[in-house]
Design a protein. Structure first.
Length: 326
């Protein structure tokens, strides 16, 4: 049996392994309190994402950035106030999108079931449905998360892996959240859709070691093309660059193929090939059926979606996702 040999294990079987502390999350949590909650979310995603496909990646990223700070508690959605600089204002989050999308879904749910569905659950459900709309896998999202009442920009700076991360940094930051190297590889696979801007990787093109040099781990032809056609200056913050050129709107294995060809856009992408373990994972995925990636990605998303969740009487159910209840 290979590293990904347990593909046949059902997602529900995986859920059965959840520790008792996290087991308060459950499938169909809103079955009685708001029976149409997940249907409302799905309908909205299906209606709007096909018209704005790049937003799918943004919504997955929103979920990722939320879970890596204080757990999956929607703290990423909170606005700053005169007395508090919230996560949303931290440098790693300044390019996040999708806040209005979440707010609109929340409004629909509040109209149907006031004070029932958490913003944290909305983020998790929207991320899943956005993956499905782009041709990716579906999975059962356990719900019952409650919204956090603390959001600090300083915590985002220390917990969210930057695109300039080396392997050691990635391993540490993922490990701090209970995510292993397999999860690191699989969750990085979300880079198969979406876009970036030059400042997130331009050091690899123009000044990798501070001497005006190019990152030797980046394919030279690819780097030359990026400098000539996209990032003509290191600080260009307006040009859109595809993370998976040639397959940026389809949830598939093409991103991993690029990584093995030294054409991953970010330093953190290239870092995945500096470990024999993660490089072997990637090679196995590329050489296997697409369904293997789908099954494994789904399980890692379920796992990430339960990092540090608040349930029971912890936190609150926000009336507005951007504002902590007074």
């Amino acid at each position: 049996m290979g590293r990904f040999g347990y593909v046949g294990i059902m997602v529900l079987g995986f859920l059965g392994l959840i520790s008792s502390g996290e087991a308060q999350l459950k499938l169909n949590y809103y079955a009685t309190s708001c029976p149409k909650a997940e249907e409302i979310v799905l309908d909205y995603v299906n209606k709007h994402i096909p018209n704005a496909p790049s937003l799918a990646a943004a919504l997955i990223r929103l979920h990722f950035h939320d879970c890596f700070v204080r757990g999956c508690d929607a703290s990423i959605l909170v606005n700053s106030t005169s007395s508090n600089r919230a996560e949303k204002s931290a440098a790693p989050n300044l390019t996040l999108r999708g806040f209005d999308f979440i707010d609109r879904v929340k409004s629909l749910l509040e109209a149907k079931c006031p004070g029932v569905v958490s913003c944290a659950d909305i983020i998790a459900l929207v991320a899943r449905d956005a993956v499905v709309v782009t041709g990716g896998p579906s999975w059962s999202v356990p719900t019952g998360r409650r919204d956090g009442i603390v959001s600090k920009a300083s915590e985002a700076l220390t917990n969210i892996p930057p695109p300039t991360s080396n392997f050691s940094t990635l391993q540490t930051l993922f490990g701090n959240k209970g995510l292993d190297l397999k999860d690191l590889v699989l969750l990085s696979g979300a880079h198969t859709i979406g876009v970036s801007h030059c400042p997130s990787f331009s050091n690899r093109l123009y000044n990798f070691t501070g001497k005006g040099d190019e990152d030797p781990s980046l394919d030279h032809a690819y780097a030359t093309n990026l400098k000539a056609r996209k990032c003509k200056t290191p600080t260009d913050n307006t040009t859109i660059v595809l993370m998976d050129p040639g397959s940026s709107r389809t949830f598939d294995l093409h991103y991993y193929e690029l990584v093995l060809k030294r054409r991953g856009l970010f330093q953190s992408d290239a870092a995945l090939t500096t470990s024999s373990t993660t490089k072997a994972y990637i090679t196995e995925l590329v050489n296997g059926p697409l369904q293997t990636f789908f099954d494994e990605f789904a399980q890692s998303m379920i796992k990430m979606g339960q990092v540090g969740v608040k349930t029971g009487s912890a936190g609150e159910i926000r009336k507005q996702c951007a504002v902590i209840n007074s």
